[in-house]
Design a binder for this molecule. Sequence first.
Ligand code: NAP
Length: 581
Amino acid sequence: MRRPRAAAPPFDRAATTIRAVNLVAVAIPVDGPEEVEAALDAARAAVRDGARLVEWRVDALADRLLPEHAGEALDLVRRLVRDSPAPCIVTVRSASEGGAYRGHDADRISLYEAIGAGEHAPRYLDLECAAFERSANLRQKARLAVAHERQPRDLKTSLILSAHDFDGRPADLQGRIAAMTSEPACAVVKAAWRARSLRDNLEAFELLRERRKPMVALCMGDFGLMSRVLAPKFGGFFTFARGAATAETAAGQPTVRELFDRWRYARIGTATRVYGVVGWPVGHSRSPDLHNAGFDARGIDAVYLPMPVEGSWESFKATVGAMLDFEPLDVGGLSVTVPHKEHLVRFVRERGGTLCPVSERCGTANTLVVGGGANGAARGASPRALHAVNTDAPAAVRALESAAPAASAPSSARASRDSGSLRGRRIALLGAGGTARALAAALVDGGADVVVFNRTRDRAEALAARIAGVTVGGSLDEVASNGAFDVIVNTTPIGLRGSSDEDRSPLADDFRFGRGTTVMDVVYAPRLTPLLRRAREAGATTLDGSTMFVHQAEAQFELWTGAAPPPGLFRATLDSLEPAP
Ligand code: NAP
């Protein structure tokens, strides 16, 4: 579902000063003369999408043409600057900092000088701090190419000094920031490095908070999205994005449209609360789309981001702990998914927080509520109070209750025929992991007769030992030999798109589904898993994982904000991304 877009900030093409409010610079690589027209088209499209600065990345072009064809290079760059649909940055990035320029510094500085002095001057020239510091001659020429206090001429172009590291955090990051900040000719300080975990973003935010000049501090790679989206929250001068059809110039760049539509960039401000989904991997998660749609619809100043955290307890504890302890980030709550649901319970216990009864009993939770959730302060909750909740289990029960009665009459002798009730129904639970544990507890509480089947028998027995009322049926191959079931629920990831088990069903090919059976899969991508396809062909009632997914997300949203998302919004948003088969 397309959400209404917040207006991008206004700009004046002729202005020499740029309003630094949630600015997006689109980086457009121009590798040769033949690409100039397409590059201009890409820039126009990005400006229509909301970009308010264009960075012309002409390093490959300069590498091809300098120094023999310096005149041609100058004409081409001038053309880009003149026809740029928004104020622009010209960058000839050296190969040593991730660019394509391998020539002499003197040649690119001569190009910069000529560009800066032209009739149509760019708003900024970008030069690496390392190159600037390498030679006094280069420094002098760079200072002459841009406007600054000691500049004798009247120039319109300012200098961005930058530092990049595509491998990790530069060891001398603080020193480089200090050097760039203290250079009088430097108008904007820029640092970008590859994040090794989410924690690197926090350092970028600290740098922005302590800045003494306009600054861009960004983390590259899968861990760095937070630094790009939340730049306005910490006073970042602008953020970089890529055009819809252009290659990224740094790993992890979202498109301009994604920034505004998916990540609510125009609405990010100092008071924006931060939510997200912690897991490994999380790139495929649809949770951001649902919750951000909810924040839009309810006018809540918040954003929800994917938060990849490697699988170990140590990574979870260190990363989530650091994010919560960094108070300016203002984390309001987290969704927690595979493989960290048990880690969340342990973490909240260690920090003296509280658990909901289901989490307490089954040892897994998918939701962290910080500071008591909506109106927590008014209710006297400490802003650091932690509460873990399992919204998966009630969501699954709700989904089953809405589907099961029409499909099947209870087979057990103890069965009641209450409409919508699971009481007395015989339920086969496939899998014995965290989700199975939570569902087993909730289903037993609802009066169902739960039999668990799992690849690893020990784990099934551990589940049965923990949740009274559950019995062990055996391995996944033994479901057929355990009699009839009213309901079969798959809680294994078998059938999940992108996994090695994508084309498999947890039940054998010759498994005979009863026509009155309800089959539910917790996997929601794809909606029609191999298990559900076979069940449907056999005439069983099927329920895909999307219903449970929507219900658990709605419950999280309400815990965090105190308001339910508009009825049907999450369902419609998910349907637009994962259409029903
Ligand atoms: P988990 O704790 O890792 O448990 C996974 C279970 O699946 C274990 O019992 C494991 O068996 C079994 N399994 C995994 N791969 C298998 C394979 N190739 N063959 C046979 N059995 C296999 O994971 P979880 O937290 O319970 O999550 C399970 C799934 O539920 C995930 O795909 C998750 O995305 C989904 N989920 C969906 C929703 C929703 O809202 N729709 C909510 C929660 C979870 P062993 O014990 O033998 O390893």
